[in-house]
Ligand binder design. Structure first.
Ligand code: ZN
Ligand code: ZN
Length: 215
């Protein structure tokens, strides 16, 4: 087979050269400093740590091979890429006590273009491999008729909402799980902020959030 990124002959989805490039793109590799409280990679200890501040962590920045692979993934060509991305969350999840995964749902448009919900796919893969439970608690609301709506209405309707209240949340809470939102890219942070606010309102949960790339 060939490398999914560069097309060179390879035994694995990503050839050793591309795997190494992906590793070098991570904050864990690029930043030598670590947060004194949580030990996560930090560009500069003079600035507050995003994880200590809001429970946010990213694998790396949206550049180079990370952005190339994510674009390929989002374009829906490569469902296989979830096998490359899922492991990138693992070291971040390993530092969180009893993580429970909550995927940020794909927009309906994204879903119909691709035919799959990429974050749900990644969460299910992590559940299968490591056993972290996944709960679908959020949905994208009201996009179906968006071409008949004004921009303002569309903006209003293209929002994240809570799915029906899930009674198992209380059980997981009591069992000491840490609720973690998973998304692929963080641009403004507004989707994750909405997700966190909804979970706080609906369930009284303080969720962490992990992404692959920060723009
Ligand atoms: Zn390659
Ligand atoms: Zn920290």
């Amino acid at each position: 087979m060939v490398c999914i990124s560069c097309g060179r002959f390879s035994d694995a989805l990503l050839c050793p050269i591309c795997s190494e490039e992906l590793r070098r793109q991570s904050y864990a590799y690029r930043y030598s400093e670590r947060c004194p409280s949580c030990s996560r990679p930090l560009q500069d200890v003079a600035y507050p740590c995003p994880f200590c501040l809001t429970g946010f962590q990213a694998y790396g920045s949206y550049t180079g091979i990370v952005s190339n692979l994510l674009n390929q993934f989002k374009a829906g060509e490569e469902k296989l890429l979830s096998r490359v991305f899922a492991p990138l969350y693992m070291p971040m999840l390993a530092t969180i006590e009893k993580p429970l995964l909550i995927p940020i749902p794909a927009s309906k448009k994204g879903f119909s273009d691709r035919g799959f919900d990429q974050m749900l796919l990644i969460c299910r893969m992590l559940t299968k491999r490591i056993g972290y439970p996944t709960l679908r608690l959020l949905v994208q609301k009201g996009e179906g008729q968006s071409k008949f709506l004004s921009l303002a209405e569309r903006k209003e309707r293209h929002t994240l909402t809570l799915l029906h209240l899930d009674t198992s949340v209380q059980m997981y809470k009591n069992a000491g799980y840490t609720f973690v939102l998973l998304d692929d890219i963080c641009t403004s942070g507004s989707t994750l902020a909405t997700g966190r606010a909804l979970l706080a309102q609906g369930y009284g949960i303080e969720a962490r959030s992990l992404v692959i790339a920060m723009v």
